[in-house]
Design a protein around this ligand. Structure first.
Ligand SMILES: [Zn+2]
Length: 81
Protein backbone atom coordinates (compact mmCIF):
# COMPACT_ATOMS: atom_id res chain seq x y z
CA UNK A 1 0.00 0.00 0.00
CA UNK A 2 2.80 2.38 0.91
CA UNK A 3 4.55 1.57 -2.35
CA UNK A 4 1.51 2.61 -4.33
CA UNK A 5 1.34 5.85 -2.42
CA UNK A 6 5.01 6.61 -3.05
CA UNK A 7 4.53 5.74 -6.69
CA UNK A 8 1.58 8.10 -6.98
CA UNK A 9 3.50 10.92 -5.33
CA UNK A 10 6.38 10.31 -7.71
CA UNK A 11 4.08 10.45 -10.71
CA UNK A 12 2.56 13.64 -9.36
CA UNK A 13 5.97 15.27 -8.96
CA UNK A 14 7.15 14.22 -12.41
CA UNK A 15 3.92 15.41 -13.99
CA UNK A 16 4.25 18.74 -12.23
CA UNK A 17 7.85 19.13 -13.37
CA UNK A 18 6.86 18.32 -16.95
CA UNK A 19 3.96 20.73 -16.80
CA UNK A 20 6.23 23.48 -15.58
CA UNK A 21 8.64 22.76 -18.42
CA UNK A 22 5.89 22.88 -21.04
CA UNK A 23 4.40 25.98 -19.47
CA UNK A 24 7.80 27.66 -19.37
CA UNK A 25 8.42 26.94 -23.05
CA UNK A 26 4.96 28.17 -24.00
CA UNK A 27 5.54 31.32 -22.00
CA UNK A 28 8.91 31.82 -23.63
CA UNK A 29 7.37 31.53 -27.08
CA UNK A 30 4.56 33.94 -26.32
CA UNK A 31 7.08 36.33 -24.79
CA UNK A 32 8.12 37.32 -28.31
CA UNK A 33 4.59 38.52 -28.98
CA UNK A 34 4.39 40.28 -25.66
CA UNK A 35 7.19 42.62 -26.68
CA UNK A 36 5.03 44.51 -29.15
CA UNK A 37 2.92 46.46 -26.62
CA UNK A 38 6.00 47.60 -24.70
CA UNK A 39 7.68 48.58 -27.95
CA UNK A 40 4.89 51.09 -28.52
CA UNK A 41 6.38 54.55 -29.03
CA UNK A 42 6.01 56.98 -26.18
CA UNK A 43 4.95 60.55 -26.70
CA UNK A 44 6.28 63.54 -24.84
CA UNK A 45 4.10 65.72 -22.69
CA UNK A 46 4.93 69.22 -24.05
CA UNK A 47 4.22 70.86 -20.68
CA UNK A 48 6.28 68.90 -18.18
CA UNK A 49 8.34 66.73 -20.53
CA UNK A 50 7.11 63.41 -19.18
CA UNK A 51 6.93 60.54 -21.62
CA UNK A 52 3.49 58.98 -21.71
CA UNK A 53 1.80 56.02 -23.43
CA UNK A 54 -0.56 57.49 -26.06
CA UNK A 55 -3.36 55.05 -25.27
CA UNK A 56 -3.35 56.12 -21.61
CA UNK A 57 -2.57 59.78 -22.07
CA UNK A 58 -4.91 62.72 -22.12
CA UNK A 59 -5.12 64.47 -25.46
CA UNK A 60 -5.79 67.94 -26.77
CA UNK A 61 -6.15 69.18 -30.32
CA UNK A 62 -7.12 67.16 -33.35
CA UNK A 63 -5.78 65.67 -36.54
CA UNK A 64 -2.01 65.90 -36.85
CA UNK A 65 -1.81 68.48 -34.11
CA UNK A 66 -2.78 66.16 -31.26
CA UNK A 67 -0.80 66.61 -28.08
CA UNK A 68 -0.57 64.06 -25.29
CA UNK A 69 -0.47 64.91 -21.62
CA UNK A 70 0.29 63.06 -18.43
CA UNK A 71 -2.44 64.74 -16.45
CA UNK A 72 -5.41 67.06 -16.65
CA UNK A 73 -3.30 69.83 -15.13
CA UNK A 74 -0.79 69.69 -17.96
CA UNK A 75 -3.54 69.65 -20.53
CA UNK A 76 -5.17 72.73 -19.03
CA UNK A 77 -1.84 74.53 -18.97
CA UNK A 78 -1.41 73.76 -22.65
CA UNK A 79 -4.92 74.76 -23.73
CA UNK A 80 -5.00 77.96 -21.67
CA UNK A 81 -1.97 79.53 -23.27
ZN1 LIG B 1 2.65 66.52 -17.69
Amino acid sequence: MLRVLVFLVLIYLVARALWRLVYGIAEGLSGADRKSPTAMPLVRDPVCGTYVVPSRALTAGSGRDVQFFCSERCRQKWTSR
